[in-house]
Design a protein around this ligand. Sequence first.
Ligand code: GTR
Length: 330
Amino acid sequence: MKTKTIRRQALFALTGASLLAASISVQADNWRGWNIHPDGYPNTVALEAFAEAVKEQTEGRVNPRVYNNAVLGDQSDAIEQTRNGALDFANFNMGPMGPIVKETNVFSLPFLFTDVDHMHTVMDGEIGQRFADALEEKGLVVLSWFDSGARSIYNTKHPINTPEDVQGLKIRVMNNDLYVEMMEALGGNATPMAYGEVYQSLTTGVLDGAENNYPSFESSNHYEAAEYYSLTEHLIIPECLCVAKASWEKLSEEDQEIVREEAMKASAMQRELWVESSEESRQIILDHGVEINEVEDKAAFQALMEPMYENFIANNPGTGELIEEIRAAQ
Ligand code: GTR
């Protein structure tokens, strides 16, 4: 009899505890975060540190979880899903953002920034804030800006030294018409494709090449298929750490402050890791036997981009001044 009562009391206590747990988890914002990169990539490490710190600092009120390797969908889908609040946060590249937030297309103009430091100066200042405002109007609250180095062309055929070397190559580009224009101006055949499909397309010969920075060329294993990496450095594209506006607005001011602060820390961490990781990736690629070449005459590539700039400015009023402002912000 006695044992039974104890058991019943224990059962009751257990039910009470699980009810309490259930009510806590109802109150907690369980955030789902989209990430295209694998484990160990600088962005992944920074996003995971962000998730952990937010959970700790908000005492579990916000509980973010990062889903790696684009398992929640390709980048263009994920941007839409975050805009409509189906996903809560993400690290997005401004390339595939262009078709959705038109203002960000300016970052897809080749050779816009002179180097990565220039990009950071612009994004961390007043001009960057204007882009954050444009993204917010489309449902994405920018918390901080990440690095994504400079993108260069790699392919399975030969080193690229001049635009003539690009002639006829089937090159994957990110999902944005501006990259089709860019590649065609160089004489290549542009193929827009989701990141996750590129590896197989390179190994089966559907593609001759693609373009990306060191850490992505390495972590995607594209270097196993493409043995020529030519440092065209034609695109330097900022990335954001952003939150769905719907998720953001549910937070108290105090929690918004915590989340923003942790995102700034994550950005500092990502930028630092980026530098180390680029060097490590370069070494892995070289050890594998990939031929890396400097491109001496980048001016020849830049000259072919002039019509693209002219079209862009003609089709997007006000961007001529903006481009000049960005260029002057050194
Ligand atoms: C990476 C970037 C990703 C994605 C990818 C791609 O460098 O970080 O967000 O844009 O390139 O080429 O699709």
